[in-house]
Design a protein around this ligand. Structure first.
Ligand code: CS2
Length: 502
Protein backbone atom coordinates (compact mmCIF):
# COMPACT_ATOMS: atom_id res chain seq x y z
CA UNK A 1 0.00 0.00 0.00
CA UNK A 2 1.10 3.55 -0.56
CA UNK A 3 1.48 6.08 2.21
CA UNK A 4 -1.03 8.82 1.54
CA UNK A 5 -0.62 12.52 2.39
CA UNK A 6 -3.18 12.60 5.21
CA UNK A 7 -0.74 10.51 7.27
CA UNK A 8 1.28 13.48 8.40
CA UNK A 9 -1.75 15.26 9.88
CA UNK A 10 -3.24 12.41 11.87
CA UNK A 11 -2.04 10.60 14.97
CA UNK A 12 -0.46 7.20 14.50
CA UNK A 13 -2.30 4.26 16.02
CA UNK A 14 -0.31 2.81 18.93
CA UNK A 15 -0.70 1.94 22.61
CA UNK A 16 -0.30 5.57 23.71
CA UNK A 17 -2.72 7.13 21.24
CA UNK A 18 -5.34 4.46 22.02
CA UNK A 19 -6.47 6.54 24.98
CA UNK A 20 -7.23 9.56 22.73
CA UNK A 21 -9.56 7.74 20.38
CA UNK A 22 -13.22 8.78 20.17
CA UNK A 23 -15.62 6.68 22.19
CA UNK A 24 -17.38 5.29 19.11
CA UNK A 25 -14.31 3.15 18.44
CA UNK A 26 -14.39 -0.09 20.38
CA UNK A 27 -10.85 -0.31 21.80
CA UNK A 28 -9.25 -3.06 23.91
CA UNK A 29 -10.45 -2.61 27.47
CA UNK A 30 -8.08 -5.24 28.85
CA UNK A 31 -4.57 -4.58 30.13
CA UNK A 32 -2.37 -5.54 27.20
CA UNK A 33 0.76 -5.45 29.37
CA UNK A 34 -0.54 -8.50 31.26
CA UNK A 35 -1.10 -10.69 28.18
CA UNK A 36 0.87 -13.81 27.32
CA UNK A 37 1.11 -15.33 23.85
CA UNK A 38 -0.55 -18.74 24.20
CA UNK A 39 -1.07 -18.79 20.43
CA UNK A 40 1.61 -18.44 17.79
CA UNK A 41 -0.04 -17.75 14.47
CA UNK A 42 1.77 -18.40 11.19
CA UNK A 43 0.48 -16.39 8.20
CA UNK A 44 -0.98 -13.10 9.44
CA UNK A 45 -3.08 -12.17 6.40
CA UNK A 46 -6.25 -10.10 6.36
CA UNK A 47 -8.41 -13.13 7.11
CA UNK A 48 -6.58 -13.94 10.35
CA UNK A 49 -6.84 -10.31 11.45
CA UNK A 50 -10.60 -10.31 10.72
CA UNK A 51 -11.33 -13.72 12.23
CA UNK A 52 -9.29 -15.56 14.86
CA UNK A 53 -7.60 -12.41 16.18
CA UNK A 54 -11.04 -10.80 16.59
CA UNK A 55 -12.50 -13.77 18.48
CA UNK A 56 -9.47 -13.59 20.79
CA UNK A 57 -9.85 -9.81 21.13
CA UNK A 58 -13.40 -10.33 22.41
CA UNK A 59 -12.35 -13.19 24.69
CA UNK A 60 -9.58 -11.11 26.27
CA UNK A 61 -12.30 -8.82 27.61
CA UNK A 62 -13.30 -11.66 29.96
CA UNK A 63 -11.02 -12.00 32.99
CA UNK A 64 -8.93 -15.15 33.20
CA UNK A 65 -8.10 -15.39 29.50
CA UNK A 66 -4.92 -13.31 29.43
CA UNK A 67 -2.78 -16.33 28.52
CA UNK A 68 -4.41 -16.50 25.05
CA UNK A 69 -2.94 -13.52 23.20
CA UNK A 70 -1.28 -14.01 19.82
CA UNK A 71 2.26 -13.74 18.53
CA UNK A 72 2.23 -13.48 14.72
CA UNK A 73 4.87 -15.05 12.49
CA UNK A 74 5.54 -13.97 8.91
CA UNK A 75 7.39 -16.64 6.94
CA UNK A 76 8.30 -14.59 3.92
CA UNK A 77 10.35 -11.57 3.01
CA UNK A 78 7.15 -10.00 1.63
CA UNK A 79 5.81 -9.85 5.21
CA UNK A 80 8.42 -7.19 6.04
CA UNK A 81 6.07 -4.25 5.44
CA UNK A 82 3.47 -5.81 7.75
CA UNK A 83 6.17 -6.53 10.33
CA UNK A 84 7.32 -2.89 10.32
CA UNK A 85 3.81 -1.46 10.43
CA UNK A 86 2.66 -3.71 13.26
CA UNK A 87 5.80 -3.02 15.30
CA UNK A 88 5.26 0.75 14.96
CA UNK A 89 1.63 0.35 15.99
CA UNK A 90 2.37 -1.86 19.02
CA UNK A 91 0.67 -4.67 17.04
CA UNK A 92 -2.64 -2.78 17.09
CA UNK A 93 -4.77 -2.39 13.99
CA UNK A 94 -8.24 -1.15 13.20
CA UNK A 95 -11.06 -3.34 12.02
CA UNK A 96 -13.85 -1.74 10.03
CA UNK A 97 -16.88 -4.01 10.14
CA UNK A 98 -19.38 -3.15 7.42
CA UNK A 99 -22.95 -4.40 7.78
CA UNK A 100 -25.23 -4.90 4.76
CA UNK A 101 -27.50 -2.04 5.97
CA UNK A 102 -24.67 0.49 5.96
CA UNK A 103 -23.92 0.35 9.68
CA UNK A 104 -20.19 0.45 10.40
CA UNK A 105 -18.56 -0.83 13.60
CA UNK A 106 -15.07 0.54 14.15
CA UNK A 107 -12.78 -1.43 16.41
CA UNK A 108 -9.16 -1.55 17.39
CA UNK A 109 -7.94 -5.11 17.84
CA UNK A 110 -5.39 -5.68 20.59
CA UNK A 111 -5.01 -9.46 20.71
CA UNK A 112 -1.71 -9.54 18.85
CA UNK A 113 1.18 -8.65 21.13
CA UNK A 114 4.21 -9.55 19.04
CA UNK A 115 5.23 -10.40 15.51
CA UNK A 116 8.35 -12.19 14.29
CA UNK A 117 9.62 -11.91 10.74
CA UNK A 118 11.01 -15.40 10.27
CA UNK A 119 13.70 -14.83 7.61
CA UNK A 120 15.51 -12.44 10.01
CA UNK A 121 14.94 -14.47 13.16
CA UNK A 122 14.81 -18.18 12.49
CA UNK A 123 15.93 -19.26 15.96
CA UNK A 124 13.56 -16.76 17.65
CA UNK A 125 10.63 -18.36 15.86
CA UNK A 126 11.72 -21.83 16.95
CA UNK A 127 12.25 -20.61 20.53
CA UNK A 128 8.81 -19.01 20.52
CA UNK A 129 7.23 -22.25 19.34
CA UNK A 130 9.10 -24.09 22.08
CA UNK A 131 8.19 -21.56 24.79
CA UNK A 132 6.18 -23.02 27.68
CA UNK A 133 3.47 -20.33 27.18
CA UNK A 134 2.79 -21.53 23.62
CA UNK A 135 -0.17 -23.87 23.70
CA UNK A 136 -1.49 -23.56 20.15
CA UNK A 137 0.21 -22.96 16.82
CA UNK A 138 -2.43 -21.80 14.37
CA UNK A 139 -2.12 -21.47 10.63
CA UNK A 140 -3.49 -19.52 7.70
CA UNK A 141 -0.90 -20.47 5.11
CA UNK A 142 -3.34 -21.02 2.20
CA UNK A 143 -3.81 -24.29 0.38
CA UNK A 144 -0.36 -23.92 -1.22
CA UNK A 145 1.28 -23.85 2.22
CA UNK A 146 0.26 -27.46 2.91
CA UNK A 147 2.53 -28.63 0.15
CA UNK A 148 0.20 -31.14 -1.42
CA UNK A 149 1.35 -32.47 -4.76
CA UNK A 150 -1.35 -31.29 -7.20
CA UNK A 151 -1.55 -34.64 -8.99
CA UNK A 152 -1.23 -37.14 -6.15
CA UNK A 153 -2.59 -35.22 -3.14
CA UNK A 154 0.44 -36.55 -1.25
CA UNK A 155 3.27 -34.53 0.27
CA UNK A 156 5.31 -32.81 -2.43
CA UNK A 157 8.95 -33.70 -1.85
CA UNK A 158 9.92 -31.87 -5.03
CA UNK A 159 9.36 -28.49 -3.40
CA UNK A 160 12.76 -26.78 -3.07
CA UNK A 161 11.98 -25.14 0.27
CA UNK A 162 10.91 -28.48 1.73
CA UNK A 163 14.14 -30.11 0.50
CA UNK A 164 16.04 -27.23 2.10
CA UNK A 165 14.19 -27.72 5.41
CA UNK A 166 14.85 -31.45 5.49
CA UNK A 167 18.56 -30.78 5.09
CA UNK A 168 18.66 -27.74 7.40
CA UNK A 169 16.37 -28.53 10.34
CA UNK A 170 17.66 -25.58 12.38
CA UNK A 171 17.26 -23.00 9.64
CA UNK A 172 13.83 -23.70 8.21
CA UNK A 173 11.84 -21.74 5.66
CA UNK A 174 8.45 -23.49 5.61
CA UNK A 175 5.70 -23.74 8.20
CA UNK A 176 6.36 -27.49 8.49
CA UNK A 177 10.07 -26.90 9.00
CA UNK A 178 9.41 -24.45 11.83
CA UNK A 179 6.70 -26.52 13.52
CA UNK A 180 8.88 -29.62 13.44
CA UNK A 181 11.86 -27.73 14.88
CA UNK A 182 9.66 -26.21 17.60
CA UNK A 183 8.18 -29.57 18.54
CA UNK A 184 11.62 -31.19 18.61
CA UNK A 185 12.86 -28.53 21.04
CA UNK A 186 9.77 -29.10 23.22
CA UNK A 187 10.23 -32.86 23.19
CA UNK A 188 13.90 -32.50 24.18
CA UNK A 189 12.97 -30.08 26.97
CA UNK A 190 10.26 -32.40 28.29
CA UNK A 191 7.52 -29.85 27.51
CA UNK A 192 4.05 -30.88 26.36
CA UNK A 193 3.27 -30.58 22.66
CA UNK A 194 1.16 -27.71 21.35
CA UNK A 195 -1.96 -28.10 19.20
CA UNK A 196 -1.60 -27.41 15.49
CA UNK A 197 -4.77 -25.57 14.55
CA UNK A 198 -5.38 -24.95 10.87
CA UNK A 199 -7.62 -21.97 10.12
CA UNK A 200 -7.36 -22.41 6.36
CA UNK A 201 -10.38 -22.81 4.17
CA UNK A 202 -9.70 -26.45 3.38
CA UNK A 203 -11.98 -29.41 4.05
CA UNK A 204 -10.58 -31.49 6.95
CA UNK A 205 -7.93 -28.82 7.45
CA UNK A 206 -6.69 -30.47 10.66
CA UNK A 207 -6.39 -33.90 9.08
CA UNK A 208 -4.54 -32.42 6.09
CA UNK A 209 -2.15 -30.53 8.40
CA UNK A 210 -1.55 -33.75 10.37
CA UNK A 211 -0.87 -35.91 7.34
CA UNK A 212 1.52 -33.37 5.82
CA UNK A 213 3.39 -32.63 9.06
CA UNK A 214 3.87 -36.30 9.92
CA UNK A 215 5.16 -37.09 6.43
CA UNK A 216 7.59 -34.20 6.59
CA UNK A 217 8.79 -34.96 10.13
CA UNK A 218 9.24 -38.66 9.36
CA UNK A 219 11.67 -37.75 6.61
CA UNK A 220 13.69 -35.75 9.14
CA UNK A 221 13.38 -37.79 12.29
CA UNK A 222 11.13 -40.88 12.54
CA UNK A 223 11.11 -40.86 16.38
CA UNK A 224 9.99 -37.27 16.45
CA UNK A 225 7.30 -38.03 13.90
CA UNK A 226 5.96 -40.78 16.17
CA UNK A 227 6.02 -38.41 19.17
CA UNK A 228 4.07 -35.87 17.13
CA UNK A 229 1.56 -38.53 16.09
CA UNK A 230 1.06 -39.48 19.74
CA UNK A 231 1.01 -36.00 21.27
CA UNK A 232 -0.16 -33.29 18.86
CA UNK A 233 -3.87 -32.65 18.27
CA UNK A 234 -4.98 -31.23 14.90
CA UNK A 235 -8.59 -30.05 15.25
CA UNK A 236 -10.62 -29.65 12.05
CA UNK A 237 -12.54 -26.42 11.69
CA UNK A 238 -14.78 -24.48 9.34
CA UNK A 239 -13.85 -20.80 9.17
CA UNK A 240 -15.86 -18.02 7.57
CA UNK A 241 -15.72 -14.25 7.18
CA UNK A 242 -15.49 -12.34 3.92
CA UNK A 243 -12.42 -10.13 4.10
CA UNK A 244 -11.61 -8.09 1.00
CA UNK A 245 -8.11 -6.84 0.31
CA UNK A 246 -7.39 -3.57 2.16
CA UNK A 247 -7.51 -0.56 -0.14
CA UNK A 248 -6.44 3.08 0.19
CA UNK A 249 -10.13 3.90 0.65
CA UNK A 250 -10.09 1.80 3.85
CA UNK A 251 -7.08 3.74 5.15
CA UNK A 252 -8.79 6.99 4.19
CA UNK A 253 -11.94 5.96 6.09
CA UNK A 254 -9.98 5.51 9.33
CA UNK A 255 -7.90 8.62 8.75
CA UNK A 256 -10.71 10.98 7.88
CA UNK A 257 -13.34 9.67 10.30
CA UNK A 258 -11.08 9.45 13.33
CA UNK A 259 -8.01 11.45 12.41
CA UNK A 260 -6.15 8.21 12.96
CA UNK A 261 -3.26 6.97 10.90
CA UNK A 262 -3.39 3.19 10.66
CA UNK A 263 -1.10 1.96 7.94
CA UNK A 264 -2.90 -1.35 7.54
CA UNK A 265 -6.53 -1.42 8.68
CA UNK A 266 -8.72 -4.42 7.86
CA UNK A 267 -12.25 -4.24 6.48
CA UNK A 268 -14.66 -7.15 6.73
CA UNK A 269 -18.32 -8.08 6.67
CA UNK A 270 -20.33 -8.30 9.90
CA UNK A 271 -20.98 -12.05 9.55
CA UNK A 272 -18.44 -14.43 11.09
CA UNK A 273 -18.57 -18.16 11.74
CA UNK A 274 -16.13 -20.63 13.28
CA UNK A 275 -17.08 -24.25 13.87
CA UNK A 276 -14.34 -26.23 15.60
CA UNK A 277 -13.84 -29.84 16.63
CA UNK A 278 -12.99 -29.80 20.32
CA UNK A 279 -9.69 -31.63 20.05
CA UNK A 280 -6.72 -29.83 21.66
CA UNK A 281 -3.50 -31.22 23.14
CA UNK A 282 -2.57 -28.49 25.58
CA UNK A 283 -5.66 -26.47 26.56
CA UNK A 284 -7.64 -23.97 24.52
CA UNK A 285 -9.43 -20.64 24.83
CA UNK A 286 -13.16 -20.75 25.50
CA UNK A 287 -13.97 -19.55 22.01
CA UNK A 288 -17.54 -20.71 22.53
CA UNK A 289 -17.99 -17.73 24.88
CA UNK A 290 -17.44 -15.36 21.98
CA UNK A 291 -19.47 -16.91 19.20
CA UNK A 292 -17.50 -19.95 17.98
CA UNK A 293 -19.16 -23.35 18.07
CA UNK A 294 -17.56 -26.60 19.21
CA UNK A 295 -18.84 -29.73 17.45
CA UNK A 296 -17.94 -33.38 17.31
CA UNK A 297 -17.67 -33.54 13.54
CA UNK A 298 -17.19 -30.49 11.38
CA UNK A 299 -17.42 -32.35 8.03
CA UNK A 300 -20.97 -31.34 7.02
CA UNK A 301 -20.36 -27.68 7.98
CA UNK A 302 -17.20 -27.55 5.86
CA UNK A 303 -18.92 -29.10 2.89
CA UNK A 304 -21.86 -26.70 3.11
CA UNK A 305 -19.57 -23.68 3.29
CA UNK A 306 -17.09 -24.66 0.60
CA UNK A 307 -19.69 -25.91 -1.89
CA UNK A 308 -22.13 -23.01 -1.42
CA UNK A 309 -20.18 -19.93 -0.33
CA UNK A 310 -16.79 -20.48 -1.92
CA UNK A 311 -18.18 -22.11 -5.05
CA UNK A 312 -20.82 -19.36 -5.25
CA UNK A 313 -18.01 -16.82 -5.15
CA UNK A 314 -16.21 -18.61 -7.98
CA UNK A 315 -19.39 -18.79 -10.08
CA UNK A 316 -19.90 -15.03 -9.73
CA UNK A 317 -16.16 -14.38 -10.01
CA UNK A 318 -15.55 -16.08 -13.34
CA UNK A 319 -18.88 -15.27 -15.03
CA UNK A 320 -18.83 -11.69 -13.69
CA UNK A 321 -15.21 -11.12 -14.79
CA UNK A 322 -16.02 -12.15 -18.35
CA UNK A 323 -19.03 -9.81 -18.33
CA UNK A 324 -16.94 -6.81 -17.17
CA UNK A 325 -17.94 -6.56 -13.53
CA UNK A 326 -15.30 -5.87 -10.89
CA UNK A 327 -16.78 -6.79 -7.52
CA UNK A 328 -19.02 -9.47 -6.05
CA UNK A 329 -21.73 -7.05 -4.89
CA UNK A 330 -21.91 -5.45 -8.32
CA UNK A 331 -22.23 -8.86 -9.99
CA UNK A 332 -24.87 -10.30 -7.69
CA UNK A 333 -26.97 -7.15 -7.80
CA UNK A 334 -27.53 -7.96 -11.49
CA UNK A 335 -30.60 -10.20 -11.34
CA UNK A 336 -29.38 -12.45 -14.17
CA UNK A 337 -26.32 -13.37 -12.13
CA UNK A 338 -28.31 -13.67 -8.89
CA UNK A 339 -30.76 -16.01 -10.57
CA UNK A 340 -27.95 -18.14 -12.01
CA UNK A 341 -26.21 -18.33 -8.63
CA UNK A 342 -29.40 -19.34 -6.83
CA UNK A 343 -30.21 -22.03 -9.42
CA UNK A 344 -26.67 -23.39 -9.12
CA UNK A 345 -26.98 -23.56 -5.32
CA UNK A 346 -30.50 -25.06 -5.33
CA UNK A 347 -30.23 -27.51 -8.21
CA UNK A 348 -26.62 -28.61 -8.27
CA UNK A 349 -25.31 -28.25 -4.71
CA UNK A 350 -28.20 -28.62 -2.26
CA UNK A 351 -29.00 -32.22 -3.26
CA UNK A 352 -25.43 -33.16 -2.24
CA UNK A 353 -25.60 -31.67 1.26
CA UNK A 354 -26.69 -33.29 4.51
CA UNK A 355 -29.33 -31.67 6.66
CA UNK A 356 -27.59 -30.11 9.64
CA UNK A 357 -29.00 -29.70 13.12
CA UNK A 358 -29.74 -26.05 13.75
CA UNK A 359 -29.05 -25.00 10.16
CA UNK A 360 -31.80 -24.28 7.69
CA UNK A 361 -30.20 -24.56 4.25
CA UNK A 362 -32.71 -22.24 2.59
CA UNK A 363 -31.93 -19.60 5.18
CA UNK A 364 -28.19 -20.23 4.83
CA UNK A 365 -28.44 -19.59 1.07
CA UNK A 366 -30.60 -16.48 1.59
CA UNK A 367 -27.98 -15.17 4.01
CA UNK A 368 -25.21 -15.91 1.51
CA UNK A 369 -26.95 -13.84 -1.16
CA UNK A 370 -27.43 -11.06 1.36
CA UNK A 371 -23.73 -11.24 2.32
CA UNK A 372 -22.60 -11.23 -1.32
CA UNK A 373 -24.92 -8.27 -1.99
CA UNK A 374 -23.46 -6.16 0.84
CA UNK A 375 -22.84 -2.90 -1.06
CA UNK A 376 -20.27 -1.81 1.54
CA UNK A 377 -17.96 -4.77 0.95
CA UNK A 378 -16.12 -4.18 -2.30
CA UNK A 379 -14.74 -7.69 -2.68
CA UNK A 380 -12.88 -7.75 -5.98
CA UNK A 381 -13.49 -10.48 -8.52
CA UNK A 382 -9.73 -10.62 -9.04
CA UNK A 383 -9.31 -11.71 -5.38
CA UNK A 384 -12.03 -14.31 -5.82
CA UNK A 385 -10.55 -15.68 -9.07
CA UNK A 386 -6.98 -15.65 -7.75
CA UNK A 387 -5.52 -19.13 -7.29
CA UNK A 388 -8.54 -20.71 -8.97
CA UNK A 389 -6.37 -23.73 -9.72
CA UNK A 390 -6.11 -24.42 -5.97
CA UNK A 391 -9.75 -23.55 -5.30
CA UNK A 392 -11.93 -24.91 -8.09
CA UNK A 393 -11.11 -28.62 -7.70
CA UNK A 394 -12.46 -28.46 -4.14
CA UNK A 395 -15.15 -25.80 -4.59
CA UNK A 396 -16.70 -26.79 -7.93
CA UNK A 397 -15.19 -29.81 -9.67
CA UNK A 398 -16.00 -32.00 -6.65
CA UNK A 399 -19.66 -31.00 -7.06
CA UNK A 400 -19.61 -31.83 -10.78
CA UNK A 401 -18.05 -35.23 -10.07
CA UNK A 402 -20.63 -36.07 -7.42
CA UNK A 403 -23.48 -35.02 -9.69
CA UNK A 404 -22.12 -37.04 -12.61
CA UNK A 405 -21.74 -40.10 -10.40
CA UNK A 406 -25.37 -39.73 -9.29
CA UNK A 407 -26.57 -39.21 -12.87
CA UNK A 408 -27.62 -35.64 -12.07
CA UNK A 409 -27.28 -32.57 -14.26
CA UNK A 410 -24.40 -30.14 -13.61
CA UNK A 411 -24.68 -27.83 -16.61
CA UNK A 412 -24.55 -24.65 -14.56
CA UNK A 413 -21.22 -25.58 -12.97
CA UNK A 414 -19.87 -26.94 -16.27
CA UNK A 415 -20.43 -23.53 -17.92
CA UNK A 416 -18.25 -22.02 -15.19
CA UNK A 417 -15.43 -24.46 -16.03
CA UNK A 418 -15.73 -23.62 -19.73
CA UNK A 419 -15.70 -19.92 -18.80
CA UNK A 420 -12.50 -20.50 -16.80
CA UNK A 421 -10.97 -21.89 -20.01
CA UNK A 422 -11.98 -18.77 -21.95
CA UNK A 423 -10.73 -16.55 -19.08
CA UNK A 424 -7.33 -18.32 -19.03
CA UNK A 425 -7.08 -18.35 -22.82
CA UNK A 426 -8.04 -14.79 -23.81
CA UNK A 427 -7.17 -13.02 -20.53
CA UNK A 428 -9.56 -10.22 -21.47
CA UNK A 429 -13.27 -9.91 -20.79
CA UNK A 430 -16.03 -9.55 -23.36
CA UNK A 431 -15.56 -5.76 -23.29
CA UNK A 432 -11.92 -6.44 -24.21
CA UNK A 433 -10.60 -5.19 -20.86
CA UNK A 434 -7.48 -6.99 -19.61
CA UNK A 435 -8.11 -9.33 -16.67
CA UNK A 436 -5.91 -9.29 -13.59
CA UNK A 437 -5.11 -13.01 -13.25
CA UNK A 438 -3.08 -14.31 -10.32
CA UNK A 439 -2.53 -18.02 -10.17
CA UNK A 440 0.46 -20.21 -9.33
CA UNK A 441 -0.51 -22.29 -12.41
CA UNK A 442 -1.08 -19.23 -14.61
CA UNK A 443 1.23 -20.24 -17.49
CA UNK A 444 0.08 -23.84 -17.54
CA UNK A 445 -3.58 -22.79 -17.55
CA UNK A 446 -2.92 -20.38 -20.41
CA UNK A 447 -0.88 -22.92 -22.38
CA UNK A 448 -3.63 -25.56 -22.30
CA UNK A 449 -6.51 -23.11 -22.74
CA UNK A 450 -4.83 -21.60 -25.79
CA UNK A 451 -5.09 -24.96 -27.58
CA UNK A 452 -8.90 -24.77 -27.44
CA UNK A 453 -9.18 -23.57 -31.02
CA UNK A 454 -7.59 -26.87 -32.17
CA UNK A 455 -9.11 -29.11 -29.53
CA UNK A 456 -12.25 -28.20 -27.58
CA UNK A 457 -11.14 -30.31 -24.65
CA UNK A 458 -7.53 -29.11 -24.48
CA UNK A 459 -8.02 -27.26 -21.16
CA UNK A 460 -9.28 -30.45 -19.54
CA UNK A 461 -6.00 -32.20 -20.25
CA UNK A 462 -4.59 -30.68 -17.03
CA UNK A 463 -5.10 -33.95 -15.17
CA UNK A 464 -4.14 -32.62 -11.77
CA UNK A 465 -7.20 -30.35 -11.91
CA UNK A 466 -9.73 -32.24 -13.96
CA UNK A 467 -8.86 -35.93 -13.58
CA UNK A 468 -10.73 -37.87 -16.25
CA UNK A 469 -13.71 -35.51 -16.58
CA UNK A 470 -13.30 -35.18 -20.35
CA UNK A 471 -13.66 -38.94 -20.74
CA UNK A 472 -17.17 -38.87 -19.29
CA UNK A 473 -19.71 -38.39 -22.01
CA UNK A 474 -22.32 -36.81 -19.78
CA UNK A 475 -19.76 -34.10 -19.03
CA UNK A 476 -18.06 -33.65 -22.38
CA UNK A 477 -21.22 -33.07 -24.39
CA UNK A 478 -22.33 -30.20 -22.16
CA UNK A 479 -18.80 -28.80 -21.93
CA UNK A 480 -18.39 -28.86 -25.73
CA UNK A 481 -21.65 -26.93 -26.17
CA UNK A 482 -20.53 -24.38 -23.58
CA UNK A 483 -17.18 -23.93 -25.34
CA UNK A 484 -18.94 -23.52 -28.71
CA UNK A 485 -21.21 -20.85 -27.28
CA UNK A 486 -18.42 -18.98 -25.45
CA UNK A 487 -16.09 -19.03 -28.46
CA UNK A 488 -18.72 -18.00 -31.01
CA UNK A 489 -18.42 -14.54 -32.52
CA UNK A 490 -19.87 -11.73 -30.38
CA UNK A 491 -20.73 -14.21 -27.69
CA UNK A 492 -22.39 -12.72 -24.64
CA UNK A 493 -22.04 -14.44 -21.29
CA UNK A 494 -25.46 -13.34 -20.09
CA UNK A 495 -27.32 -14.89 -23.02
CA UNK A 496 -25.29 -18.09 -22.59
CA UNK A 497 -26.18 -18.15 -18.88
CA UNK A 498 -29.85 -17.67 -19.73
CA UNK A 499 -29.79 -20.50 -22.27
CA UNK A 500 -28.08 -22.79 -19.78
CA UNK A 501 -30.74 -21.97 -17.20
CA UNK A 502 -33.63 -22.56 -19.58
C1 CS2 B 1 -13.26 -16.69 -1.26
C2 CS2 B 1 -12.90 -16.82 0.20
O1 CS2 B 1 -10.99 -16.92 -1.82
C3 CS2 B 1 -12.12 -17.08 -2.19
O2 CS2 B 1 -12.39 -17.50 -3.28
O3 CS2 B 1 -14.38 -17.46 -1.55
O4 CS2 B 1 -11.75 -16.09 0.50
C4 CS2 B 1 -14.06 -16.39 1.09
O5 CS2 B 1 -14.25 -15.00 1.04
C5 CS2 B 1 -13.84 -16.84 2.51
O6 CS2 B 1 -13.66 -18.23 2.53
C6 CS2 B 1 -15.01 -16.43 3.38
O7 CS2 B 1 -14.96 -17.10 4.58
Amino acid sequence: MTISNYDTQSQRLNQLTLANLPSEIDVPTYDRSQLKAGIVHIGVGGFHRAHQAVYINELLKTPGSEQWAICGVGLFENNRALNDILAEQDYLYSLVVRHPNGQIDNKVIGSMIDFILAPDNQQSVIDKLAHPDTKIVSLTITEGGYNLHPATGEFDFENQDILHDIQNPNMPKTAFGYITAGLKQRKNAGLPAFTVQSCDNIQHNGAVARKMLLTFAKQQDPDLSQWIADNVAFPNAMVDRITPITTDADKAHVATTFNLNDEWPITCESFAQWVIEDNFSNGRPNWNLVGAQFVKDVTPFEKMKIRLLNAGHSVLGLLGSIYDYNTIDETVSDKDFAEYLRAFMDLEVTPLLDELDGINLTQYKDTLIERFSNPNIKDSLSRICSESSAKLPKFLIATINENLAAGRDSSLAILVIATWCLYSDKQVNQANVKLNIQDAMHSELAKFAQQTKNDKFAFLQINSLFGNLHKQESFSQIYANAIDALYSENSDIKSIMKKTLA
